[in-house]
Design a protein around this ligand. Sequence first.
Ligand SMILES: Nc1ncnc2c1ncn2[C@@H]1O[C@H](COP(=O)(O)OP(=O)(O)OP(=O)(O)O)[C@@H](O)[C@H]1O
Length: 312
Amino acid sequence: MIKTVDLTKKYGDAFAIRAIDLDLEAGDLFGFIGPNGAGKTTTMRIIATLLEPSWGEAYVCGHSVHTQPKEIRRLVGYMPDFFGVYDDMTVVEYLEFFAASYRIGGTDRRKRVNEMLEVVDLDFKRDAYANTLSRGQTQRLGLARTLLHDPQVLLLDEPLSGLDPRARIEMRNLLRRLGEMGKTVIVSSHILPELADVCNKVGIIDRGELKQNARVTEVIRMVREHTVLIIQPSQREQMSRIAELFQGHPLVQSTQPGDDAVRVILNSDTDDYSELPKLLIENGIGLKRFAEEELDLESAFMALTKGTSTRM
Ligand SMILES: Nc1ncnc2c1ncn2[C@@H]1O[C@H](COP(=O)(O)OP(=O)(O)OP(=O)(O)O)[C@@H](O)[C@H]1O
C-alpha cells in the first residue's frame, strides 16, 4: 500500500529526512512518532505528493510519487496538522464545498456528506457554523473532509494534538474504525503512548532518521533488556513456591513478589521460556495469569530517542 525506499529530503546541507524505508499494508495503522522537527510532516507531505523528495522513492498502491502523482492523489487523504475552516460556512456546507471540489455531484454529494458526518459523529453539528466548533469537533470535521473521496490511504498529521482527554478518546476510536474499514493509516504524534494501543505498527523518527520501525510489540521487546513475566497463581499462598522454584533457575535472573502476582525477570538472553509454565504446572501450581509485562511506551520512546536503553 505504502512503500518508501531511501526517501530523503534535504534543505541546503540539512537533512529533513534521511533514507526512510517504510512498508505498510492494507489495514495497517502506523504510528509515526517523533519529537518536533523530526521529519514526520516532511515524510507525509512527500507521500501525499505535496513535496518532492531530494532522492529516493515513495509508492502508494504501486504508483510512484515521481511519475504518477495524479493517481496517488486519488488514493490518498491528507489531513495537515493545522487547517482553516471558513467562517461563513456551516458544517454541511463546508463538506459539500469540498465534495464538489472532488467532483462528487448531485444526490451522491449529500449522501456522501451525510455518511461522513455519521462516521465522525458530527451529525448533531451539521448546521452549526464551522468556526464555532471545538478543537476536537474541528479535527473530526477535518477528518470527514479527508475521507470524502473514500481514499484508501490516510495521512493524518498530529490529529490528537490539542485535544482534551475526551476528544482524544473519541479520535482514537475513530482511528481504530478507519483501520477496521481496511484503510492504511499513517498517524503522527510526538507522544508514543497515545497511539500505542491504537496502532499495530510504529516508527520512531528522530532528527530525520527512522530509529525503529516494527510492530508495536516488537518495538517494546527491542528496547527492553529483559523480558519480565507476571505470574499470578490461582492461590495466593503459592507465590512463595514460585519464587522458590525459580531461585537459581538458568533462565531467570530474579523474582519480585507483588500483591497477588510475582514479577519474574528473565535473563537478557532468554528468548524461549516455555519450560517455565510447565515447571509450575508440574509442581501443582495453578495459573490464573502468565503473561509478559507490558513496557510503558513513554519509556520506550525516551530510550529510543535518547540512544539509551531502558533499564529494569
Ligand atoms: N521549507 C523548509 N526549509 C527548511 N527547513 C525545513 C523546511 N521544512 C521543514 N524543514 C526542516 O526539516 C525538519 C523536519 O521538519 P518536519 O516539519 O517534517 O518535522 P515534524 O516531525 O513534522 O515536526 P512537528 O512535530 O514540529 O510538526 C525540521 O528540522 C525543519 O526545520
